[in-house]
Design a protein around this ligand. Structure first.
Ligand code: ADP
Ligand code: MG
Ligand code: MG
Length: 213
């Protein structure tokens, strides 16, 4: 059971890598408007590094916790950049919510997702309205907890929360950036969504679809 969870998580990392590869150019274009244009590249390098580390961990027989902690470290190291450090922390925090030796039930998996978002918030120090991935991640967390509480259906809750995240990500176009590299060009970002909020919502949408299969 715990081995199956580790293999499932490796599948999620591979899914993330594929989704990012598909959107790499678009994420770079969005980041180029007010940032430095490397968000697609950073996410691609990070997710690829995480997949490679996850594969090595699986080969050594690692459980879910160890797999995600190693994948998170590799994401941060491979990506560089702000979002790399934050995604690395997210994966590592999700891993620490899981065990190497036992399977996780749906409440435990949901808690791992909530912990991942909390880690991004703590490490990055951004608040909603700062025009960062937090503007998508916090509505995602809130909707996830509420929908899961109503339905006890993790796939449906993640899918529904991902819709909230996507809408919130698009709404960041109305904000000017106050944090990160793009703060200098904050005004320039008006009318364009935050790339990190967009990539977050894309990955959560894919996760919801996968859980529902
Ligand atoms: P860099 O800014 O180092 O070039 P990326 O382009 O990969 O890194 O990522 C930029 C994204 O990182 C932003 O769009 C934003 O979503 C996210 N980000 C930046 N600073 C923070 C922060 N303090 N908290 C949360 N997210 C942040
Ligand atoms: Mg950038
Ligand atoms: Mg950069």
């Amino acid at each position: 059971e715990s081995e199956k969870l580790a293999a499932d998580l490796q599948g999620v990392l591979e899914l993330f890598e594929g989704v990012i590869a598909e959107h790499e150019a678009e994420l770079g274009r969005i980041d180029a408007i007010a940032g430095d244009g490397d968000h697609g590249q950073g996410m691609a390098l990070g997710s690829r590094g995480a997949v490679e580390a996850g594969r090595r961990a699986l080969e050594r027989g690692a459980g879910a916790r160890t797999l995600l902690v190693h994948a998170g470290t590799a994401w941060a190291e491979s990506a560089g950049g702000t979002s790399g450090a934050l995604w690395g922390a997210a994966l590592t925090a999700a891993g620490r919510a899981l065990s190497d030796d036992s399977a996780a039930d749906d409440p435990a998996k949901m808690q791992a997702l909530l912990n991942a978002v909390d880690a991004v918030r703590r490490l990055g120090g951004a608040e909603p309205g700062d025009k960062t991935m937090i503007d998508a991640a916090v509505p995602f967390s809130q909707a996830l907890e509420a929908r899961f509480g109503e339905s006890q259906d993790l796939a449906a809750a993640v899918t529904s929360a991902a819709v909230e995240a996507q809408q919130a990500a698009e709404k960041t176009a109305d904000l000017t950036a106050r944090l990160g590299r793009s703060r200098v060009l904050g005004e320039k970002s008006l009318g364009t969504p935050d790339p990190g909020a967009i990539s977050f919502s894309l990955l959560m949408e894919a996760l919801g679809q996968r859980l529902g299969q």
